[in-house]
Each structure stands twice: as structure tokens, then as C-alpha cells.
Design a protein around this ligand. Structure first.
Ligand code: NAD
Ligand code: ZN
Ligand code: ZN
Length: 345
């Protein structure tokens, strides 16, 4: 068997990825090797490749944290999965398992957490090394390409909606109807919420309506905050901001109902001002949310296995990765592009 594999590699931050053969990893004790069937392309991969965030990834690295595949080999002492199982290798690649956060099922904020496609090589490659204790278990009935977006975009929006504390019958405003937002709308509807979708692109908003959004608002014209407040009869009980644009954050806080919660999920580089008096006087909660725990992952996948949430995917070969990145950067991807490894020559 050949001991190299095709991968898309970030050699230098801010430059196009290089498609080349790299060494095929082999699993050490406690590790597994996953043969990639599909990997979604998240806007986070773009931030990673550009080096947008304060903690930069070390080059060279292979991005991709929505990789789905079969376990091809297991290292010594692996009992959590077996060869042939279909798993996903998510952003939360591993954590320490014994710090205060891990012990209270908040492994997403473990100080020793490793991140797939960032601090560890990810899914834009034919094989992925993974930690069997942190992989997603893909329910039978979901294909690899439809499961891929769920293990980041799906779990992130599902968890983000949960931590708004919005209850059935209440309103959630979802800002950004891309990879994350198009799934967020479906989770929110399945959770009994009314949804007001906000985007800058009328085609995304038309799609939001098809997915069940009760109201849509275009953020590029008119007074977006006033329009959302009107649509939600006074402001949304929960706001989920997935847009990779700082302006959306200022707007998102302002469209939050009194005593409501605004959850920040998009991570454009930079900072945004918070109107202190309004947040204090209206008792608004502003909180961050980072992917989801393994428990959130199992729940998020179950919604899809039950047919209540379905990712819209456009399939592309790995060789198209740089073009996909360009399109994602200019907002020209309808929902989610998934790299389909079955299409590789
Ligand atoms: P995407 O490019 O697929 O979608 C972004 C959407 O936002 C697009 O539909 C775009 O038209 C819309 N948009 C742009 N500017 C807007 C504005 N001002 N107002 C409203 N909508 C606007 O991206 P994605 O893959 O969904 O990722 C979105 C963001 O979420 C990225 O910053 C990514 O890094 C972040 N992310 C965070 C987590 C987390 O755990 N917190 C997980 C995954 C992704
Ligand atoms: Zn992601
Ligand atoms: Zn820990």
C-alpha cells in the first residue's frame, strides 16, 4: 500500500493551498487512522489559512474539520471504535479529560484542547489521524457528504441556539445564512422557535424562507435593527450571530429583546463596540459559544438522523479547493461546499 496521500496544504498563511503528496500518517498507541470520504469547507478554514486570529496555526498544515470517513486502522489500546466504523473528525480534536472544564462536560474550552485542521492536520487529505475518544459517531442512514457539515456548522449552531435559552414559541434572530446559518434555521425550527433570518444577500434570504424562516431581513438596506424588532414584536429573545462581519455583531446586540441573549459565533478578526448603557439597562446577556461538546454532537446528529435537519451540499473535488476558498471569501457559496473524495481520480 502506498505510504503517501494527496492533501491540500497551507504552506504560508495568506497564500493559496498547495495540492501535493504528503506522508500518510500511521496511528500510534491510542490513535486511529480515518480514510476520508468527505470533508466540508467551513469559513473557519479560510480564517485559518489567512492567519486571521490571534493564535496562528503553525505552517505547513492541512485544514478541514468536517472530515467524515471510515476507520482504516487502529493503534494499540484503542477500544472506543473499531476498523470500518464511520466517524467524523471535528474541530474539537482532543482535550485533556481531567481539567475543571473537561470534568464538567465543557471540554470545548479545555486549555489543552487540540483543534482539527488547525493545531492538528485535518480533513483536506485522503487520510486523517484522530483521537478515538473525540470523534463523532455518524448514525447509519446519513451519507458522508450530508453528515460532514453537521460536525461543525451543525453542532455549532445547535449549541449556540441552546445557550440563547430561547424557549419554544419565542423568537430567534439568526444573522448570516451561510454554512452555519442554513443549518441554524432548521435546528431552531425543530426546537420550536420562530426564526427571523438576516443576511446581506437576497438569494440567501430566499433560501432561508424555503428552510422555514418566519421572517427575513436584508442587512444592506433600511434599518435592519428596527425591521427585526418589528418582525419579532420587540426584539428577538435569542440572537445567533454567524456572520463573518463585525457590523453584524453591533446590529445583533441591538436587535436583542430586553432580558434576551445574544450569542456570538462568527469570528471575523477584530473587535466591535458594545453600547454599555443599552446592554445594562435592558439586562441583555452577550455570550460567546465555541462549537459543541461530544454530547451536543450526538444530539445534533440525531436531529439529522431523524430527518428534521438536512445540510444543503454542493460537492467538489479536492483539486477545486482554492476556487472554493475564493468563492467562500466573497460570499458566493449558497450553503456548504463538501469535498467529495469519491470523486478523486
Ligand atoms: P459562510 O461564509 O458560509 O456564511 C456566512 C454568511 O454570512 C453568508 O451567507 C454571508 O452572506 C453572511 N453575511 C456576511 N456579512 C453579513 C452581515 N453583515 N450581516 C448578515 N449576514 C452577513 O460562513 P460559515 O462557514 O457559516 O462561518 C461563519 C462564521 O462562523 C465564520 O467567522 C466562522 O469562522 C465562524 N465559526 C465559528 C464557530 C464557533 O465555534 N464559534 C464554528 C464554526 C464557524
Ligand atoms: Zn467550522
Ligand atoms: Zn481539559
Amino acid at each position: 500500500m502506498k505510504n503517501s496521500m494527496q492533501a491540500a496544504v497551507v504552506e504560508r498563511l495568506g497564500e493559496p493551498l498547495t495540492l501535493r503528496e504528503i506522508e500518510k500518517p500511521s496511528p500510534g498507541p491510542g490513535e486511529i487512522l480515518v480514510a476520508t470520504e468527505a470533508c466540508g469547507v467551513c469559513h473557519t478554514d479560510l480564517h485559518a489559512a489567512k492567519g486571521d486570529w490571534p493564535v496562528k496555526p503553525r505552517v505547513p498544515f492541512v485544514p478541514g474539520h468536517e472530515g467524515i470517513g471510515r476507520v482504516a486502522a487502529v493503534g494499540a489500546n484503542v477500544t472506543a471504535v473499531k476498523e470500518g466504523d464511520r466517524v467524523g473528525v471535528p474541530w474539537l480534536y482532543s482535550a485533556c479529560g481531567h481539567c475543571e472544564h473537561c470534568l464538567s462536560a465543557w471540554e470545548t474550552v479545555c486549555a489543552e484542547a487540540q483543534f482539527g485542521g488547525y493545531t492538528r492536520n485535518g480533513g483536506f487529505a485522503e487520510y486523517i489521524l484522530a483521537d478515538p475518544n473525540y470523534v463523532a459517531h455518524i448514525p447509519a442512514g446519513l451519507t458522508p457528504t450530508e453528515a460532514a457539515p453537521l460536525i461543525c456548522a451543525g453542532v455549532t449552531t445547535y449549541k449556540g441556539i441552546k445557550v440563547t435559552d430561547a424557549r419554544p414559541g419565542e423568537w430567534i434572530a439568526i444573522s448570516g445564512v451561510g454554512g452555519l446559518g442554513h443549518l441554524g434555521i432548521q435546528y431552531a425550527k425543530a426546537m420550536g422557535l420562530h426564526v427571523c433570518a438576516v443576511d446581506v444577500d437576497d438569494r440567501k434570504l430566499a433560501h432561508a424562507t424555503r428552510l422555514g424562516a418566519d421572517a427575513v431581513v436584508n442587512a444592506t438596506h433600511g434599518n435592519v435593527v428596527a425591521e427585526v424588532k418589528q418582525a419579532t414584536a420587540g426584539g428577538a429573545h435569542g440572537v445567533l450571530i454567524t456572520a463573518p462581519s463585525l457590523g453584524a455583531f453591533t446590529q445583533g446586540v441591538a436587535m436583542t429583546r430586553k432580558r434576551g441573549t445574544c450569542v456570538l459565533v462568527g469570528i471575523p478578526p477584530g473587535e466591535f463596540p458594545i453600547p454599555l448603557f443599552d446592554v445594562v439597562a435592558n439586562c441583555i446577556t452577550v455570550r460567546g459559544s465555541f462549537v459543541g461538546t461530544r454530547e451536543d454532537m450526538a444530539e445534533a446528529l440525531a436531529f439529522a438522523a431523524d430527518g428534521r435537519v438536512k445540510a444543503d451540499v454542493e460537492l467538489q473535488p479536492l483539486s477545486a479547493i482554492n476556487h472554493v476558498f475564493e468563492r467562500l471569501g466573497r460570499g458566493d457559496v449558497p450553503s456548504r461546499v463538501v469535498i467529495d473524495f469519491a470523486r478523486q481520480p
